[in-house]
Design a protein around this ligand. Structure first.
Ligand SMILES: C[S@@+](CC[C@H](N)C(=O)[O-])C[C@H]1O[C@@H](n2cnc3c(N)ncnc32)[C@H](O)[C@@H]1O
Length: 242
């Protein structure tokens, strides 16, 4: 069950506003070009920010996400209906013969158990063409992002056209490494509705991720920095070995 911030029908439509500028996506577009990918699968596509840009660049795109409310936001952006939207998680991807699968926005950290992560890697493997690529990011545990989040925790109010003023309050609710839990509390000032979204993320080491990729039929071609977040992220470029 995805977190409320992705799955709640009132929170998903305001997700992009609080997520801010997507300076992270340019590097993924560059990698898609570098690897010559024409068929791209966006796993955990959320509100479709990358999928839309990829489709605009002429790629054949499938976006998959288990949060129906986020998919509805994504579909509304896809005014020319160029993208295939799939309601489902990484273990339930339809055949797509993708040249490349991508997970942006630290989707890799939502898979909390080894079984969930293994299932995602296997599901993506099956949706890729032979020798297809998997590109994704995960926050470096060494960066200790949760400490920055705790220090920066606070309130942010934004006026959203058609919705009114919405206040977001964020807090770190638990650190039990490799798991970190965070809470966002959203107050819709127009009617006073308060909706809470709790999330838990898993921070995996570089070694742990590389080992799991190898176990599940990938070779690791490169591990890069995210140019917009230097030293904070691992960006894995992996390829099916078969
Ligand atoms: C932080 S958002 C990132 C969304 C998008 N990739 C982006 O960059 O804007 C994480 C996404 O992972 C999705 N998600 C949660 N569990 C998932 C699963 N088991 N398989 C695939 N996606 C999942 C959520 O619904 C959410 O849309």
């Amino acid at each position: 069950m995805p977190d409320a911030i992705f799955a709640h029908p009132r929170l998903a439509p305001v997700y992009d506003v609080f997520d801010g500028d997507r300076d992270d996506l340019a590097a993924y577009l560059d990698i898609v070009g570098e690897l010559g990918a024409e068929r791209v699968l966006d796993v955990g596509c959320g509100t479709g920010c990358l999928a839309i840009v990829l489709a605009e660049s002429g790629r054949i795109v499938m976006g998959a996400d288990p949060a129906r409310a986020s998919l509805e936001v994504a579909r509304a952006k896809d005014v020319r209906a160029r993208i295939t939207w799939v309601h489902g998680d990484a273990t339930a991807l339809p055949p797509f013969d993708a040249d490349l699968a991508v997970m942006t926005g630290n989707v890799a950290q939502v898979f909390l158990t080894d079984e969930d992560w293994a299932g995602a890697l296997q599901g993506i493997h099956a949706a890729l063409r032979p020798r297809g690529y998997l590109v994704f990011e995960t926050r470096r545990p060494e960066w200790r992002a949760w400490e920055k989040w705790a220090a920066e925790a606070g309130r942010l109010a934004v006026d959203i056209p058609g919705v009114g003023s919405v206040e977001q309050r964020t807090e770190v609710t638990g650190v039990n490494l490799p798991f970190v839990s965070i809470r966002g509390t959203y107050t819709f000032r127009a009617d006073g509705a308060v909706i809470v979204s709790d999330s838990t993320l898993r921070f995996r080491s570089r070694h742990e991720v590389e080992s799991s990729l190898i176990t599940h039929g990938y070779r690791v071609l490169d591990v890069r920095q995210a140019p917009d977040r230097p030293a904070r992220e691992f960006v894995f470029i992996a390829q099916r070995t078969t």
